[in-house]
Design a protein around this ligand. Structure first.
Ligand code: PEP
Ligand code: MN
Length: 264
């Protein structure tokens, strides 16, 4: 068992009920795309909006995120639509900028979790704040590295913590973009029973057709919530186009999900 000093994640005025839903585009592209997608996310009934501002791309030359100029767009979503907003941070500068712009939730991406130097830098930058932090699994199937990142951030005083399962890289091509290896988040739950675990079916699947079945499996395994990429026009997205759905499609998927007695 791993001992973390955890506190329930609560956002002002929002009681998180299972399954918590976090929805929004892979990347913030333009102010208009962010705002229109956020309006649709709100209309679909979701309360927490995600958008990547700094994008960790595997190869150079792809769209690497709009950077700090996108943070006021998220602030506008928060102020004008009343949604909670979250984004990915990968270094201390990102943490300071995100907090300065009133971002409600931060997450650490899979490539960053794999790097203890980066995680420690983020943890140090978080000291003195109480912002909820979600930690994605590292790209490689290394549970200790995932737990280590959670411990570093917890030791910096962040008690509102959750894990995000987004699958693991494999060299062999499978039906998944990132293999779910469900036994790893299941073992994380056994080691840290009080830690909420969210599933990211978008990055596991790599294709929108699989989002429903992966989400249902996550619920059957007693996950606490879902983080799903949703875009006003998925096929035109500047990153991860094939795995995004519209907010309306996500609403239909979420209505299809059955919450039944967990398998474990
Ligand atoms: C993302 O959430 O858009 C992202 C880059 O995810 P991951 O870190 O899981 O690859
Ligand atoms: Mn993405």
């Amino acid at each position: 068992m791993v001992k973390l000093d955890l506190e329930k994640i609560n956002l002002p005025g929002l009681e998180l009920e299972r399954p918590w839903m976090i929805a929004g585009p892979c990347s913030a592209e333009t102010e208009e795309q962010v705002f229109e997608t956020a309006q649709q996310v709100k209309e679909a009934g979701f309360k927490i909006f995600r958008a990547g501002i700094w994008k960790p791309r595997t190869r150079p030359g792809a769209f690497e995120g709009v950077g700090t100029i996108g943070l006021p767009w998220l602030k506008r979503v928060k102020e004008e639509l009343g949604l909670f907003v979250g984004t990915e941070v990968a270094n201390a500068h990102h943490v300071f900028e995100a907090i300065k712009h009133g971002i409600d939730i931060l997450w650490v991406g899979a490539r960053t979790t794999a790097n203890p130097f980066a995680v420690q830098e983020i943890a140090d930058a978080l000291k003195g704040t109480e912002i909820p932090v979600l930690v994605k699994n590292p790209v490689n199937p290394d549970l200790e590295l995932w737990i280590g990142a959670l411990e570093r951030i917890n030791q910096a005083g962040i008690k509102k913590l959750a894990a995000i399962h987004r699958g693991f890289s494999t060299y062999d091509k499978t039906k998944y973009r990132n293999h779910p290896q469900w036994q790893i988040p299941i073992e994380l739950r056994r080691r840290i029973p009080d830690l909420p675990i969210i599933c990211d079916p978008s990055h596991i699947s790599g294709k929108r057709e699989l989002i429903y079945e992966i989400s249902q499996e996550a619920m059957d395994l007693n996950f606490d919530g879902l983080l799903v990429e949703a875009h006003r026009c998925p096929e035109k997205a500047w990153s991860d186009a094939s795995q995004q759905v519209t907010p309306e499609e996500l609403k239909a998927i979420s209505e299809k999900i059955v919450l039944r007695a967990p398998k474990i």
